[in-house]
Design a protein. Sequence first.
Length: 277
Amino acid sequence: MSNELQPTPEQTYFLTKREEVNNVLILPTKSFLQKTYEFKKLSEHKKDPHFIFLIGGWIIQTCFLMQIKNPVETYVKQDIVNMLSGFWGNLSFEEIIKAFELERHGVYKERTEHFQLFDCNYISQILKKYQNWKREGKTEHNISSSQNQQASSISLEEQKKIMDSAIMRMYNEFLESGEVSIPCSYIFDELYYREVLKASEYKFEFYRKIAESDVKNQVKSIAAVDKTEYNSVKETIQDIEKNHKHEKVLAYAKRLVLYDFFKKIKDENLDINLIIS
């Protein structure tokens, strides 16, 4: 029996698709930008049962290339899938690969520190820089048409409808259960991007400190039940104390903010549709 590590299903599926994408990535900038109108959008992949394999394989390879050593946990992967098919649904799989290739090659004006975290916040920062690069490139190479502009406009409108629906679904779940379901970071990021969650009202550092304390206690409780997990728990706590942007803490803090946000809307009998529009 061979001792070689066998690729996971998501790695196998991703590598097959990656070979197809490679032919596009080597195109000159102008040709690539012209092709972006033909690529299948991420929002169109949502019903594809292999979509999660596609993104899962992309996460594994991108973390390797970006030298991100911390593993991406399952709930963070799902958060990324939801965000890409929702908020960034107007981009294509080819484009998200291109976006991180440009980051690695130093094409953007500034590099974005990942702090050993591959999550929705980091991905969004890279994709925003890619959008600027694409917009500037299309202007420079005079790539535009009324038809393409209309299609882009429709995509953005559909993108907002998708996220509105996701926000409403999570709020309705909160009304039924009294809890904010997981994953929820992509909802927080969207509301923060829209400036619905105002920094002056929801001071994130306050929630982060609460989250850090709660996550530490949760991790410690694991060691209390299972002594064999002591070293792993100790390492996790040290990571949290060294890294104020630890993914567990940030995800928990975002959930706390959303809980208070939804609770305020409910208690004050506010119209969430007006608030998020």
